[in-house]
Unconditional design. Structure first.
Length: 324
């Protein structure tokens, strides 16, 4: 075999190797501008040369891998019977809206006084969506989301109920054209005047009257003296009543005209006729009684029989008073 054949066979072998290193295995192809003898006109680089990645890119890749493998495992909650059902039980929604305890709300359903989306509900355990379903009790919409807050200066002779079966004047007579059911926060004696709050926020009303939160109420009482100097000390130390001791948080004389006194009594208890009974037990029957404040909400110059809507600031003060 001649030299020319040897060169031809060697050249073919060299071509197959270059092809394998270039196209087949993804290596860099030789520049098409190579000069004679197969040498590139550019700087010499190895046949297996791969450009080095920037250090910043390596750092980003390392950080991404570290984040991917260091994420905490999320523990899914255990399932429970009924978890697949949507909505809330009707009696729970009614109770939260201030319609009474859950048992009392179940009785409303049993009495066919509740309707959902125009249909009277008679079965217990119905699930509803408070944000979508229209819920009514006795024809009045139950406010499950929108809350209303009012202060009424209750006149003497008005019963502290929203309705009265005997036809007496009641709180409901002062709330006309209402679209949602309101209820009173606590009570005032029929002959006692002054501020009483009306709302449809059940949890707020519950806390405002619960002894745990000790929301103070202030009263002005007209009594006949003469008053002993230690009357305030007696009231703050405690007056023995038939249902236990009752104590005033504060006492002061506001005005005196002869034997006629106007005194201010502040206390956080809410027992029936509590101020009248305390002063009567101390020897000073009350001739007239007016509640001038309920917690941070003062009666001010609000006229008798007038209803006003509480401001956002006043609502916030009430909420803060009972940790809501």
């Amino acid at each position: 075999m001649g030299p020319d054949a040897e060169r031809t066979r060697g050249g073919a072998t060299s071509g197959r190797g270059a092809s394998a290193r270039g196209g087949a295995k993804g290596g860099p192809r030789k520049s098409s501008t190579a000069g004679a003898g197969g040498r590139s006109s550019g700087p010499a680089r190895g046949h297996g040369y791969v450009p080095a990645r920037p250090r910043e890119l390596d750092a980003k890749i390392e950080e991404r891998n570290r984040e991917r493998h260091s994420k905490p495992q999320v523990k899914l909650p255990k399932t429970f019977p009924g978890a697949e059902q949507e909505g809330e039980r009707l009696q729970k929604v009614l109770a939260r809206a201030g319609m009474g305890s859950r048992r009392a709300c179940e009785e409303l359903v049993e009495q066919a006084r509740v309707e959902v989306n125009g249909r009277i509900v008679t079965e217990q355990g119905l699930r509803v969506d408070p944000e979508k379903d229209e819920i009514k009790v006795d024809g009045l919409t139950v406010a499950t989301q929108s809350y209303l807050f009012f202060a009424l200066n209750k006149p003497a002779g008005v019963v502290s109920t929203m309705e009265d079966p005997d036809g007496r004047q009641c709180l409901g007579d002062y709330v006309t054209n209402r679209e949602t059911r309101l209820f009173h926060v606590g009570r005032l004696d029929t002959e006692t005047e002054g501020i009483i709050l009306l709302t449809n926020h059940g949890e707020l009303a519950h806390r405002l009257t619960h002894p745990k939160y000790g929301v103070q109420k202030t009263y002005l009482a007209a009594i006949t003296g003469p008053l002993p100097r230690d009357i305030g000390k007696q009231l703050k130390s405690g007056i023995q009543l038939e249902d236990g001791y009752a104590r005033a948080d504060n006492f002061r004389v506001v005005q005196q005209t002869g034997k006629n006194y106007l005194v201010e009594v502040t206390l956080h208890e809410g027992r029936k006729h509590i101020v009248r009974r305390m002063l009567a037990e101390a020897g000073f029957p009350v001739e007239k009684l007016v509640r001038t404040s309920f917690g941070p909400i003062a009666l001010g110059d609000q006229k008798s029989g007038w209803l006003r809507r509480l401001t956002n600031t006043e609502v916030g003060m009430l909420m803060r008073e009972v940790e809501l």
